[in-house]
Design a protein around this ligand. Sequence first.
Ligand code: NDP
Length: 466
Amino acid sequence: MPTNPQTVTSPASFDAENRVIEALYADVVRRNKGETEFHQAVHEVLETLGPVLARRPEFADARIIERICEPERQLMFRVPWTDDSGTIHVNRGFRVEFSSALGPYKGGLRFHPSVNLGIVKFLGFEQIFKNALTGLSIGGGKGGSDFDPKGSSDAEIMRFCQSFMTELYRHLGEHTDVPAGDIGVGGREIGYLFGQYKRITNRYESGVLTGKGLGWGGAQVRTEATGYGCVLFTAEMLRSRGEGLEGRRVAVSGSGNVALYAIEKAQQLGATVVTCSDSSGYVVDEKGIDLELLKEVKEVRRGRVADYAELRGSHVRFVEAAGEGTGVWGVPCDVALPCATQNELDETDALALVRGGVKAVAEGANMPTTPAAVRVFQEAGVAFGPGKAANAGGVATSALEMQQNASRDSWTFARTEERLAGIMRHIHDSCATTAERYGHPGNYVVGANIAGFELVADAMLAQGLV
Ligand code: NDP
């Protein structure tokens, strides 16, 4: 996997079926200059919506697409903090409250040096449709900061989180906007953020953040949910082709929250996972990843995959990241699960995977596959699950956490996992039936975009011009 994921220029053309949307997309590019990831995410949705507007002219009359592409609110703020030596740093905080048509704004916070407004908008835009697909009452939002938690002490991270929340708290609320984690924001950060919210507001408002610790309002399975859900979605795609995960060889990228639990569920379902990665390189473990060891390296030692390779034994190959180009995706596999970051799997990688015999690809990360790579998979007949469907298990379980907080209840692991499996099946089936309804059987990209869009658009129509 490349250290700097491939930069993608704004996509340009639409096919004949979707040409009606072209002018709307051109307007989005003009109004949001330089935000290439946002353009890419909008293009990917809009290029499937032409047939919907043809069948439902009331959506065009109400200018639903123009409205859905414009966030309801965009917040940017200063986050000053001091490091352990007393040096002052100034970061930028973001929260994009994109759509509240279906419920309170809901979506994670990302702390990573690459974060900018365009990235937060791309993630927030995706989140609208993903959240709709879960069938639960949650709107779409996303936020974060260009703060780099890597190498910071716990005390520094706490001070940063406190400063970040000191501004953000006024925009949040269990019925208003409910953030969660994402890259660089795990249980530790959610704890510090929640503590500061509680202190400032003098309210124990459990439902204001999700991804909390189990002892103080968190839900069982939330930690595992995105990775588990991605594998459950993959299993559904394979099942609809009369196949399964048992005995399959799986390649995973990343070694963070999503990757670890994608590995765990794939192993539980009888697959052998042979890779994982981080921004410094990837490992190939032909005996199958030793998950206990990988978790210890990542979660206890806060180490790197290179440390895993060293501890695991001489049969493991560590390959250092060598700029852009084929990394982990050069390893032949039956199933590929990109679980690291956006645009990490490009056309060259897709061609290598197809040559290696890949049968299914599901996005654990948000938009990890470039548009050209998606086309390669679709033309080769590979089952391809887009992130807004395949990684929706995380936010779905967050919505279950909100339900439990609202009723001051807590469910068992088994009950929550059963709900998650039901939700992933529902998402798979609604993508599949919608794709079929619009004449694209087996195309989960079309199915996910249209199914999510119709739900949000119908609610917007009903709620009037707001
Ligand atoms: P983590 O921070 O836990 O892990 C991210 C992993 O991806 C790390 O291994 C990291 O390596 C790698 N990575 C991140 N950025 C880059 C980069 N620019 N280049 C190469 N490698 C990179 O994040 P999560 O696992 O939570 O999130 C992973 C993806 O899944 C993201 O796209 C996120 O938006 C998406 N997602 C997450 C959900 C969740 O519930 N957590 C829900 C839905 C989607 P390194 O440590 O070297 O940076």
